[in-house]
Design a protein around this ligand. Structure first.
Ligand SMILES: Nc1ncnc2c1ncn2[C@@H]1O[C@H](COP(=O)(O)OP(=O)(O)OP(=O)(O)O)[C@@H](O)[C@H]1O
Ligand SMILES: [Mg+2]
Length: 494
């Protein structure tokens, strides 16, 4: 007797639709098993698969309606059936177990009162990879030969979907491994990027590593200045000595002075003992002067003296002490302009600026955006969220075209939040919660439209590092159109 809603075609098409989109082998198995059990009105089931790298051993990789305590027992008593399927490569049906000659005598089946069993092999390219087992304890003759084509079709589908999912996983792992390999070969650990702009940065960093030249890092907020400062220190010859970071803007002048240079006991109220300053603490290492543009004129003068003499004087002390410290400074205000406005000493500026490394804003190195996004995805999609494993094409496009005023820091925060908001295994564009961008138009108004078009196109082109295909895609125009315009502007400029 068939259950009333036995509909193998519907079930098969459901399997085809759902399991081919699943990318996790465990989920594939669970879904297949559930559909098979429900369609055939079985009560329980499990899927056995080869242990990787062991031809003889099979293990249960998915189960339905079987508690962990029952599992061992059921596997044990079904061994004879499963063995036959695996050995013969043929499906086996046991209906009316008590009268079936082959198994009627098998005491264990009688004991558990399993009335019917259906078991089909899982094959991949003629090779046995496992089996799907279903049973019923309530009805004899639950499974009949008419069910076999359906079950075999399910098994075939399952084997294909499983192979897809396994392939996908191994590609993903390989991809991750290669990504970090490439990164190690062409950059600094933890600094992601392969755009021409960031490679220039790596190149300069490499050249200053084993020198003590002062380095000035400039760039908008969140572009990675501190990250680069640390990388220079930890990859250079001073790495076994301290890296000391100082926020020049956070303390009033007098405190900052004693922080940096130390003080003598009694030098001022509260100076209850001698104290070493940060310059001394950083001896033979690196001091990182963050927001150096915030230094008061007096501090600028003291700092200049340290840089020129290589020695410091603790506050309230007459004697000087030699310090060997490499200075890396950072600013997100255009220091050169401050020099022009006499807010920053030009002699100090030149001292700090022996080597300048300018960190490009993210919108000028768009090829790095997907790399960074994936890097942060790997970082935040962990623990209970590790099923989040990619971006939809729309989401990637949104990431690529946004202007990122807060640069890499903003991108990192965006991905961290999106991982929390994502409802499936992919991050969608609306999970990103990107503000609507209205800053794309030039600040200038009253420009002829043609001219605005020219500037906007060239600016976009620059941000894609001259890549015509990517630029055309971002602008929603054809490559031909873009080539044509570029030619036109070129000839006009001549
Ligand atoms: N190329 C990069 N690869 C990976 N992470 C990056 C990169 N650039 C920046 N980050 C990350 O972005 C965040 C901001 O970087 P960082 O603090 O170095 O910026 P900053 O330039 O010092 O910013 P601010 O001027 O606001 O102090 C950090 O979490 C950092 O790890
Ligand atoms: Mg910083």
């Amino acid at each position: 007797m068939e259950s009333q809603d036995y509909n193998p075609f519907e079930a098969l098409s459901e399997i085809a639709l759902t399991i081919n989109t699943l990318l996790d082998p465990t989920e594939v198995l669970a879904r297949v098993l559930k559909v098979a059990v429900e369609t055939l009105d079985a009560e329980r089931g499990f899927v056995l698969l080869h242990r990787p790298a062991d031809d003889e051993l099979f293990e249960v990789r998915s189960q339905y309606n079987i508690s962990p305590e029952q599992l061992g027992e059921i596997v044990r008593i079904s061994t004879s059936v499963v063995r036959e399927v695996l050995d013969s490569g043929q499906p086996v049906l046991v209906f009316e177990t008590e009268s079936d000659n082959r198994y009627g005598s098998s005491e264990s089946i009688v004991v558990e009162k399993i009335q019917s069993i259906a078991c089909v092999p899982l094959r991949r390219k003629k090779q046995q990879i496992g089996a799907i087992y279903l049973d019923s304890v309530t009805r004899r003759g639950r499974f009949t030969p008419t069910h076999l084509p359906f079950l075999s079709a399910v098994a075939n589908q399952a084997a294909v979907a499983l192979e897809n999912a396994e392939l996908y996983q191994s590609l993903r792992d390989e991809n991750r491994r290669l990504r970090s390999e490439v990164q190690r070969m062409h950059g600094f650990e933890g600094i992601i990027g392969q755009s021409a702009a960031i490679r220039d940065v790596f190149e300069t960093m490499t050249r200053v590593l084993d020198t003590s030249a002062t380095v000035m890092l400039s760039g908008e907020s969140g572009t990675g200045k501190e990250l680069v400062a640390r990388a220079i220190h930890y990859n250079g010859e001073r790495k076994d000595h301290p890296f000391v970071a100082v926020f020049c803007g956070s303390l009033p002048e007098s405190l900052l002075e004693s922080e940096l240079f130390g003080h003598r006991k009694g030098a001022f109220t509260g100076a209850t003992s001698d104290k070493k300053g940060l310059f001394e603490a950083a001896h033979r290492g690196t001091i990182f002067l963050d927001e150096v543009s915030e230094l008061s004129p007096r501090m600028q003068t003291s700092l200049l003296r340290v840089l020129q003499e290589g020695e410091i004087k603790r506050v309230g002390d007459e004697s000087t002490r030699r310090v060997d410290v490499r200075v890396i400074s950072a600013t997100n205000r255009p220091l050169k302009e401050l020099v022009g406005e006499k807010e920053f000493r030009d002699d100090l500026y030149y001292r700090l600026n022996t080597i300048e490394i300018e960190l490009p804003p993210l919108r000028q190195r768009r090829p790095d955006i997907p790399l960074l996004a994936n890097h942060f995805l790997d970082k935040y999609a962990v623990g209970s969220r590790d099923y989040v494993n990619g971006f939809t094409p729309d989401a990637l496009e949104a990431l690529r075209s946004y202007s990122w005023p807060g640069n890499v820091r903003e991108l990192e925060n965006t991905i961290e939040r999106a991982v929390v908001l994502a409802r499936g295994d992919s991050i969608h564009a609306d999970d990103l919660r990107l503000p609507t961008d209205d800053s794309v138009l030039p600040a200038e108004t009253g420009l002829p439209l043609k001219e605005m078009e020219r500037r906007y196109v060239l600016q976009t082109m620059e941000s894609y590092e001259g890549n015509v295909t990517a630029t055309a895609e971002a602008l929603g125009v054809s490559r031909r159109w873009l080539h044509y315009r570029l030619k036109e502007w070129e000839s006009r400029d001549e």
